[in-house]
Design a protein around this ligand. Structure first.
Ligand SMILES: Nc1nc2c(ncn2[C@@H]2O[C@H](COP(=O)(O)OP(=O)(O)OP(=O)(O)O)[C@@H](O)[C@H]2O)c(=O)[nH]1
Ligand SMILES: [Mg+2]
Length: 462
């Protein structure tokens, strides 16, 4: 390692403007707070969406309503919105040039700080828009990243969010005019002939590698914990769903988890797991997870893979849907999209329509989707049925197996009772014939006792 590199290695740990200031990177116009949206005051924001064919305007409005909530959660206020009909986005400015001028005029008239677009802007579009508008231009992805950054509290959560942010920022990195490129000063911060931009990019890439490494390590620990869980042989029930559906409220209702519940988006970023007993006495592990949203940035899905993996590992997904939402089915679809992206779409799923206390929607959809349940995590209505359904679903997922265990292996007989649900037990000469449903991860332990026949008549003396 050269002296230069060592110096930069150290500098990585210190404050680097590029890493700590989004605004500085996004444009020449933003302040230098650590968030995309300045939270020292409530920014005034214009929202912009494009309606593409077949021009479903109500849908576009709905997406903007959601964007407005996202912006609000991030700590800013919507002051106006624009919708433009286009057959395709303008490659240079996303909306048409005339529209950009119109937005600019209104932004000046309304004293607006930032313009937020509902779709992801390419780095070039963002750059051009900021030039013309004279103010920060952000997209939905940036707002979501911003909220995640605000809500991350654990070491892992913070690392995941930072990784996603850096990956988002890397292609958007640009020199801020002459002042930063090819200037002297900053001994040891750049190699000969290297521009500030190149130095910045290299630092960013190095930081990304470092974070990825850190997250891999955390992932390994998580894997180990998961194995331990399997040894404890508790089945995993994982709560998934659209953000603000009531997942954490449900976990709190069913256990004493005391997880933060808030009427804001992405209140939960870190998974919380609690033990819970089903009506039959069987204990399961219940996990609350990060919520999903339409157009969830793929950088986030990528970065949150290890957190989201709990869904892959689940025996059953309890998919909580806000029955009072404008379009619960669209939210179900958005959740399914993310589940597909992380490879968890084939995990058995139980749909649960929540908030039956505040809207007729929950019961309506529960009737519409066969096998689903309507509940109110708030009042507890429908919770008993939910628990019974979870128990039934978990039992039905396991095919019964037949075992014959010699009497001198009392330990194994006891283990079957601990590991699964014993359906029948018949004392035979050669040992105890047991028919049981056993967790897939545990079946191997009892393989040596497995018998081909499903039932063995008493006294047959195998
Ligand atoms: N009326 C009503 N409100 C509910 C119910 N369950 C949850 N809520 C409210 O919905 C909001 C979101 O609840 P959370 O439990 O934080 O939702 P979440 O799915 O964990 O949300 P994120 O963690 O942000 O993804 C809160 O304001 C809750 O009080 C319910 O059964 N009825
Ligand atoms: Mg939550």
């Amino acid at each position: 390692m050269t002296e230069n590199e060592q110096f930069e290695e150290d500098a990585d740990e210190a404050t680097i403007e590029i890493v700590d200031s989004h605004r500085g990177v996004f444009g020449d116009y933003g302040a230098t707070s650590s968030a995309l949206i300045d939270r020292t005051f409530r920014e005034r924001i214009i929202l912009v969406a494009v309606s593409f064919p077949p021009f479903d305007e109500p849908l576009t409005e709905e997406h903007l309503d959601e964007l407005s909530r996202l912006v609000d959660t991030a700590g800013a206020d919507e002051v106006a919105r624009f919708i433009q009909r286009r057959s395709a986005p303008d490659p240079a400015t996303f909306v048409g040039k005339g529209k950009v001028e119109e937005i600019k005029e209104l932004a000046i008239a309304l004293d607006c700080d930032t313009v937020v677009f509902d779709d992801e802007l390419s780095p070039a579009q963002q750059f051009n828009l900021e030039r013309i508008l004279g103010r920060t231009a952000l997209d939905r992805t940036a707002v979501i990243l911003d909220i995640f950054a605000q809500n991350a509290s654990s070491l892992e959560g913070k690392a995941q969010v930072e990784l996603a942010q850096l990956k988002y920022r890397l292609p958007r990195l640009r020199g801020k005019g002459k002042s930063l490129s090819q200037q002297g000063g900053g001994i040891g911060t750049r190699g000969p002939g290297e521009t500030q931009l190149e130095v910045d990019r290299r630092r960013l890439v190095r930081r990304i590698h470092k974070l990825e490494e850190q997250l891999r390590d955390i992932g390994t620990i998580r894997q180990t914990q998961r194995k331990a869980r399997h040894r404890g042989n508790l089945r995993g029930v994982v709560i998934v769903g659209y953000t603000n559906a009531g997942k954490s409220t449900l976990l709190n209702r069913l256990t004493d988890a005391g997880v933060l519940v808030e009427d804001r988006l992405f209140a939960t970023l870190d998974p919380t797991t609690r033990r819970m007993e089903l009506p039959g006495g069987e204990a399961v592990l219940l996990t609350d997870t990060v919520g999903f949203v339409r157009k969830l940035p793929h950088q986030l899905v990528e970065a949150f893979k290890s957190t989201l993996e709990v869904a892959n590992d689940a025996d059953l997904l309890v998919h909580v849907v806000d029955g009072s939402a404008v379009d619960p089915e669209a939210e179900i679809e958005a959740v399914h999209d993310v589940l597909s992206e992380i490879g968890a779409r084939d995990v058995p799923e139980l749909l649960v329509f929540n908030k039956s206390d505040s809207s007729e929607g929950a019961r309506f959809y529960a009737d519409k989707f066969e096998g689903s349940v309507a509940i109110s995590a708030h009042t507890g209505e429908g919770i008993e049925v939910l628990l019974e359904t979870i128990g039934d679903r978990l039992r039905s997922l396991l095919a019964p197996i037949d075992l014959l265990i010699p009497y001198d292996r009392g330990d194994a007989i006891a283990a079957v009772h601990r590991s699964g649900e014993v359906i029948s037990e018949t004392p035979l000469e050669a040992g105890m014939a047991i028919r049981a449903r056993i967790d897939a991860s545990e079946v191997a332990r009892f393989e040596e006792f497995a018998t081909a026949e499903r039932t063995t008549p008493i006294g047959s003396g195998t």
